[in-house]
Design a protein around this ligand. Structure first.
Ligand code: CUA
Length: 187
């Protein structure tokens, strides 16, 4: 096997290796969207947990409870507002964009996390001196299936660059080999 053939073999192996390594390194496909049921406890002046993390496309069901006084839960990005009563299994849920609608009494607040990013939610019911600072964060992570595809593409791109680099180094020799003449015959 000539050196240029070896180089091509090596390049082929590199392509496979780079794709595999980068594909494995990227987050795995998370599969179909899930229903995420999360309990959020409100108290003066915080939410527990302070951060809610879901994947894009998940159906989020929040069970909101209060451990002391009446609190609110206002998630502007999803047009959602709830009033949380202590010692009540129900919350009063309304849509701020539709003030004409009567609030609904629900056990859980439900929405589909279709927008990615970080969204603050805050208390919308005066609950004490530190009320204006009572807030939390919803994190909607992008669909990982898409991320995996990008990872595979990046892997192939990097592998392609490596291939070009390796073949570039070996090309002088390859040209000589393909010409069928000895190096001395080239002027
Ligand atoms: Cu809690 Cu205002």
């Amino acid at each position: 096997m000539s050196r240029s053939e070896l180089l091509r073999w090596g390049a082929g192996v590199l392509v496979v290796l780079a794709s595999t390594v980068i594909g494995a390194w990227m987050p795995r496909a998370s599969g179909p969207p899930q229903v995420r049921r999360i309990e959020v406890k409100a108290r003066q002046y915080a939410y527990d947990p302070p951060t809610i993390e879901v994947n894009q496309g998940d159906t989020v069901r929040l069970k909101l409870t209060s451990q002391d006084v009446v609190h609110g839960f206002y998630l502007e990005a999803y047009d959602l507002q709830a009033t949380i009563m202590p010692q009540s299994p129900y919350v009063e849920v309304s849509r701020p964009s539709r003030p004409e609608e009567k609030p609904e009494k629900l056990e859980e607040v439900e929405f589909v996390a279709d927008r990615t990013g970080k969204f603050r939610y805050r208390c919308s019911h005066t609950c004490g001196t530190m009320h204006p600072f009572m807030s939390g964060e919803l994190v909607v992570k992008p669909n990982r299936l898409l991320g995996g595809g990008v990872g595979a593409f990046a892997g192939m791109l990097i592998a392609g660059c490596l291939l070009a680099c390796v073949l570039g180094n070996g090309s002088g020799e390859a040209a000589v080999a393909n010409s069928g003449r000895s190096p001395h015959a080239i002027p």
